[in-house]
Design a protein around this ligand. Structure first.
Ligand code: GDP
Ligand code: MG
Length: 439
């Protein structure tokens, strides 16, 4: 697997007080091999390697205090650049007072139909009125598949029973959408097993007829380099405005993501991370890069924490928040929950740059421990009624927990602030719903 390989390459380099030009050349050679193994496009690998070498061999690295770390940073930056920055990721749709058209394209089985309905759900949640269009008239079950998925997410699916011409279906759909004030039309099209002229001609004709705002190329992340060849063909013949990498959940090679942006020059807008309607995520190059490099990833750290927070508990707390009866005991429970994230050792591993610099004692989740101790020194009644904790109680609690009155003050202030925050959120029904759905 590419990321474990990267970690070992990096481990070899880091910790070396001094590294030589040969060390760097060897490491770069190793990286080259693992990228090629991961099925990354050769041209992309060459570009990546050359620019990394050039920078890494500069004096800045060789003479720096920690050359290993400096080198890792260069490799990381180059990889993020390769994956593309986050600009141009949003869908470029027109306002809701008119109708925008999204055209899905790609090979058969790449995930067009699934992605179309995921996108429909996402845009519906953003307040758009979406229509799905069944313009795959090649696969016998394609229309039914889209109908089932559309129903699942509550989105209308436009079909013309018996019609054999996909261009006709697409144009009629857009016409209907305009009349009935749909602001977004997502056209699902047919794919073939391999590229062929009939498929290209069909997509070209549809594109010409409906003039899409977005032409999204759906690529199966598992197909590696092959996806690049196909994307290039679609870009030349039809034009691509963005790429969606499906099946990223099962991608163990990562080659496609690295190559696509670099060769085709189009932003990766989303990644598909599963078969369910919600499994569509924005593409974050920095996250993918650090995952590939095994460099640690603050974002996944946070996500892990959220997962550890077990679901029942979350629901119970959410209910309390709704009624605004969340008290210090609940807060303590929440803190205890953090321990479920695993050993502190594992946590440190996930904080970029922390390994070797921060010891287990250093991090010790100090503040958490202090807060836990403070609440544990409170009586049951105090935990449930934080307002009654006046100066003398504060003094007693500080003494009992081996902390200071300032510590107790800080905790209570923080708690009060979060209660206020919750109260504000409670006034906002929409936000509340979305918060609860994330928990
Ligand atoms: P199409 O022929 O391009 O329309 O592809 P489909 O949308 O029918 O998808 C082909 C298969 O891939 C189906 O079994 C989907 O459930 C599956 N699939 C699509 N996207 C994803 C994804 O992001 N993750 C996973 N695990 N499976 C996916
Ligand atoms: Mg399909």
């Amino acid at each position: 697997n590419i990321s474990t390989k990267f970690s070992s390459i990096m481990k070899n380099l880091s910790g070396k007080g001094k590294i030589t030009e040969k060390n760097i050349r060897d490491a770069v050679e190793d990286i080259k091999m693992s990228l090629l193994d991961a099925d990354v496009n050769l041209r992309v690998v060459r570009k990546f390697i050359n620019s990394t070498l050039e920078e890494a061999l500069g004096e800045k690295v060789l003479l720096s205090v920690d050359p290993g770390q400096q080198f890792t940073k260069i490799v990381y930056d180059k990889m993020v650049a390769l994956l593309g920055d986050e600009s141009g990721q949003e869908l470029k749709l027109k306002g809701k007072d008119t109708t925008s058209v999204i055209l899905m394209m790609g090979l058969q089985g790449s995930g067009k139909t699934t992605t179309a309905h995921k996108l429909a759900l996402k845009l519906t949640k953003e307040g758009r009125k979406v229509m799905l269009v069944a313009a795959d008239l090649v696969r016998p079950a394609a229309i039914t598949q889209l109908q089932v998925l559309g129903e699942k997410v509550g989105v209308r699916v436009f079909t013309i029973p018996g019609e054999k011409n996909p261009v006709k279906v697409a144009t009629e759909a857009v016409k209907t959408a305009r009349h009935e004030l749909y602001d977004t039309v997502i056209i699902d099209t047919s794919g073939r097993m391999h590229l062929d002229d009939t498929l290209m001609k069909e997509i070209q004709d549809i594109a010409k007829a409906v003039n899409p705002d977005e032409t999204l190329f759906v690529a199966d992340a598992m197909t590696g380099q092959n996806a690049v060849t196909i994307a290039k063909e679609f870009e030349e013949k039809v034009g691509i405005s963005g790429v969606i990498l499906s099946k990223f959940d099962s991608d163990t090679r990562g080659g496609a993501a690295l190559s696509l942006k670099s060769v085709v020059g189009k932003p990766i807008k989303f990644i598909g991370t599963g078969e369910k309607s919600e499994d569509l995520e924005a593409f974050h190059p920095d996250r993918i890069a650090s995952r590939i490099l095994g460099m640690g990833d603050v974002v996944s750290l946070v996500e892990k924490a959220q997962q550890a927070f077990d679901k029942d508990e979350a629901e119970r707390l959410a209910k309390k928040m709704q009624k605004n009866t969340f008290d210090l005991q609940d807060y303590l429970d929440q803190l205890e929950n953090m321990n479920k994230m695993g050993s502190v050792d594992k946590l440190i591993e996930m904080i970029p740059g922390a390994k070797g610099n921060i010891s287990e004692e250093d991090i010790n989740l100090k503040e958490v421990e202090v807060e836990k101790a403070i609440i544990k020194s409170m009586t049951k009644f105090e935990r449930a009624n934080y307002r009654i904790i006046g100066p003398s109680r504060r003094k007693r609690i500080a003494k009992g927990s081996g902390t200071s009155v300032a510590d107790v003050n800080r905790l209570l202030k923080k708690f009060e602030k979060s209660k206020l925050m919750m109260k504000k959120l409670l006034g906002n029904k929409k936000l509340q719903a979305s918060m609860l759905s994330k928990m």
